[in-house]
Write a new protein. Structure first.
Length: 280
């Protein structure tokens, strides 16, 4: 069995902020890692003041594709497949009404493309999303819905019979920011006399817990640097002094060196607790 992991993301930069250290770790261990990015991120705001220039805004799609290629290489993806849909933007905005926006493309048409990729790549592990609640960007919701359906459809010979031999994905996970992670790092930062970047995040959580989730924790000690470098490669989207970089890596590694994943669907008997390929 050749171990293989397929990560499905909505926009360029999501692959770097969600589970990048884990992919880097598996890539270094010899797992083939393939990235599918659904949209070009054309509706993204330029969040780095140094990059907020007219020529950047005019060429955002091609600049973001270059940033994505750079980030994917840093993380260790073997291949990047861009589906080429348009970024749907947020509800009630102009990009959201565009006929080629990811949310406006026929669901089964997008699903067939993913089924075809899965049947060709034959990954045991697929990363999708569980972002209905916390980050209701329409493109993220779409990836959530598609990845759940993909788990069933790729294995079903009667669905998309022209898209390749059926393939049973072993486990579908979603990278998640757990309450435990946010609270642990928040407490660590305050305890060491630093400001915590998680104040507002904790307010938004509003009593949420991780208890309803089946979680897998991947220790990415030694890989945080690569994940952050990948995020920094998204120069237009990421402020190098911003939120993502405010907890020093040595503090993260001392207090919560994990990326957390929610088990969404599985066909194996004993998934988890510290390996996405457990039971495969
Ligand atoms: Zn996104």
């Amino acid at each position: 069995m050749n171990p293989s992991l397929l990560a499905i993301h909505a926009h360029p930069d999501d692959e770097s902020s969600k589970g990048a250290g884990t992919v880097a770790r598996y890539s270094d261990a010899g797992v083939r890692c393939v990235l599918v990015t659904a949209t070009g991120g054309e509706a993204g705001d330029i969040l780095n003041p140094a990059m907020d220039r007219p020529e950047v805004a005019e060429n955002l799609a091609s600049i973001r594709a270059d940033e994505l290629a750079e980030a994917a290489e840093i993380i260790g993806f073997d291949e990047v497949i861009m589906l080429g849909y348009r970024d749907s933007g947020m509800p009630d905005t102009e990009p959201n009404a565009h006929p080629e926006a990811f949310v406006n493309v026929q669901f089964d048409a997008a699903l067939e493309r993913l089924v075809r990729i899965v049947r060709a790549e034959r990954p045991q592990v697929v990363l999708g999303y569980d972002e209905h609640v916390r980050y209701p960007h329409p493109d993220h919701v779409r990836v959530h819905d598609l990845s759940l359906e993909l788990f069933e459809a790729a294995a079903d010979a009667e669905r998309f019979p022209d898209a390749g031999e059926p393939w049973e994905i072993s486990s579908l996970y979603a990278p998640v920011f757990t309450v435990r992670r946010v609270e642990t790092l928040h407490t660590a930062m305050l305890g060491l006399g630093h400001e915590s970047p998680f104040e507002q995040w904790l307010e938004r959580l509003d009593g949420a817990t991780d208890e309803d989730k089946d979680l897998v924790h991947i220790d990415i000690t030694g890989f945080h640097g690569r994940a952050r470098d990948a995020l920094r490669a998204h120069r237009t989207q990421v402020d190098p002094d911003g939120f993502w970089f405010q907890v020093p890596i040595d503090i993260v590694e001392a207090h919560y060196p994990y990326e957390d994943f929610e088990l969404m669907k599985t066909r194996v008997d004993a998934p988890g607790p510290d390996d996405l390929f457990a039971g495969v």
